[in-house]
Design a protein around this ligand. Structure first.
Ligand SMILES: NC(=O)c1ccc[n+]([C@@H]2O[C@H](COP(=O)([O-])OP(=O)(O)OC[C@H]3O[C@@H](n4cnc5c(N)ncnc54)[C@H](O)[C@@H]3O)[C@@H](O)[C@H]2O)c1
Ligand SMILES: O=C(O)C(=O)C[C@]1(C(=O)O)C=C[C@@H](O)C=C1
Length: 307
């Protein structure tokens, strides 16, 4: 059991990420107490009943009072309203962070509402599932996964403390600037989600048109797409609306590649297809050889979280 890194943590929005953080903080003794805010009485009751919050509040303003760390764990499109509400109630010296999947839009929405004397260190755990809500969280979600912090000019001590929290929950932590984060995530997460949503939509149309059993007999690859395409609609709507430029850039490149492959198929250019698939296979094998299959490499740094 570690020593608490923060005496009091307030979680705003009690879904998958917040509840997983709360489970992890409790399991490894990283927070003295965990307060939470959810809009519905049902979610607040669930948080108390499951036991991942010690106290719950009807408003975000009440929840953040006296908190040393405030975590904004709402969809990206809701960050501005929450920041505006909590701004005047934040404790001097406290740290505000978020877990949003997009960083430039969150910085723009939240930073103006963080008062002088409160530290703002945006963050993004690269870990999730297709599930959402207070019942979906689990303590090990962040183990062996990266968490990216976007500290800009934040106080180094506040950044180091937040880093220690994520490391205590089993994550590997890296820092980068917001624009770079959004471009990288457009490639590794956002565009792949859009493609999965589209592919499942295509299969669904086909299924309806032909009354065939496209979905019933879906093979393993397509099943993986359906898992991704089951992800929360509000969260992903907000991701695409707020990481618009980077996603459109990557989608443009994707479409160009697709046209090249489409043409190779039409022209019967097997050599092109074989060369292309050989290259992509090497990429996958390289990732596995580097020990980075779906997660961060294990440098033996997760011990504290597993103890
Ligand atoms: N799900 C993932 O895979 C994943 C991974 C990393 C980061 N994120 C990011 O984490 C954040 C939370 O995602 P999640 O997966 O936990 O979603 P979730 O849907 O499980 O939880 C979000 C909660 O926020 C609540 N909420 C919405 N607007 C609110 C408001 N104005 N005030 C208070 N509560 C509000 C919702 O009711 C919901 O309970 C998002 O910004 C998302 O981009 C998600
Ligand atoms: O594993 C999943 O279900 C996820 O999609 C998690 C995932 C990802 O794309 O890797 C999704 C969104 C996040 O912001 C971070 C992680």
């Amino acid at each position: 059991m570690s020593r608490p890194i923060y005496d009091r943590v307030a979680l705003i929005g009690l879904g998958l990420i917040a509840s997983s953080m709360a489970h992890a903080m409790k399991k490894w003794g990283l927070a003295g107490s965990v307060a939470g805010h959810a809009r519905t009485a049902e979610t607040r009751a669930a948080a108390l009943e499951i036991g991942f919050c010690d106290e719950v509040f009807e408003t975000a303003a009440e929840a953040v009072k006296g908190a040393d760390l405030v975590v904004l764990a709402v969809p990206v499109g809701a960050m501005r309203a929450v920041a505006e509400e909590i701004g005047p109630h934040l404790k001097p010296g406290a740290t505000v962070t978020d877990v949003g999947s997009v960083k430039q839009a969150v910085v723009a929405a939240v930073a103006p509402h963080v008062p002088e004397g409160v530290h703002f260190v945006p963050g993004h755990p690269l870990a999730g599932t297709e599930h959402s809500g207070p019942h979906s969280g689990f303590a090990t979600l962040f183990q062996n996964r990266w968490c990216l912090l976007v500290p800009a000019n934040a106080d180094p001590e506040a950044v180091a403390r937040l880093r220690a929290l994520w490391e205590g929950m089993g994550s590997y932590v890296d820092e980068m600037d917001a624009a770079h984060h959004d471009l990288v995530l457009a490639v590794t997460s956002h565009t792949p989600h859009l493609i999965a949503y589209t592919m499942v939509g295509v299969a669904d149309h086909l299924s309806r048109v032909t009354e065939s059993e496209v979905i019933k007999y879906s093979a393993a690859g397509f099943r993986d797409f359906t898992r991704i395409a089951a992800s929360d609609p509000t969260m992903w709507r907000d991701v695409f609306l707020t990481n618009k430029e980077a996603t459109l850039d990557i989608l443009g490149r994707f479409t160009e590649e697709l046209f090249v492959l489409q043409r190779a198929i039409r022209m019967g250019d097997g050599q092109h297809l074989h060369d292309y698939f050989t290259r992509t296979r090497a990429i996958r094998r390289g990732i596995i050889e580097a020990g980075q299959d779906t997660a961060a490499p294990d440098f033996g740094r997760t011990k504290s979280a597993g103890d």
